[in-house]
Design a binder for this molecule. Sequence first.
Ligand SMILES: [Zn+2]
Ligand SMILES: [Zn+2]
Length: 178
Amino acid sequence: MKIDITPLMNKRAEKADFEFGFDPASSEGGAILPEDVTVVAPVKVSGTVYDMNNCMSLKANVTVNYKTLCDRCLDEIEGTLEFEIEKTVSVDEAPEGFEDDPTYDDVVFVNESSLDIDAALTEEIALRLPPYHLCREDCPGLCPKCGKKRIEGGCTCKNEKEIDPRLKILQKLLDNFD
Ligand SMILES: [Zn+2]
Ligand SMILES: [Zn+2]
């Protein structure tokens, strides 16, 4: 999505508000999002570009709704990621390979009086998504024996709980006794 900053470039305004939605899946040149996460489009973005006399800065709030699977029981879960970004806006020509240069991590470049921050946003989303997902903090996951969800009581191995090895010896003794 292009943010028009012509009024700022012409010094006719000190700030420009913007609000838009975008789909990271169709944004070009952005980071690759983790395969196990499906971002529900549109990602909501709202913010302001400020003219600070000799430079410009951008602040935005981003809300991402996504779907993924619980790492333990594979149930589908929904999550929301909310964060704020702050970038320096540069009117210089973007140098070659700036996407991979950490020096420019917090810089977005103006292109013909407009700003396109989709790729920068996608990168932020990829960085900020949690490294693991659980349907609930204490999700018991799947039974390693039968593969069923432990939480739904569908697992029939429940009674064969792991017996303490010390008790196992005792059990053996008792069995021999019979
Ligand atoms: Zn789970
Ligand atoms: Zn089981």
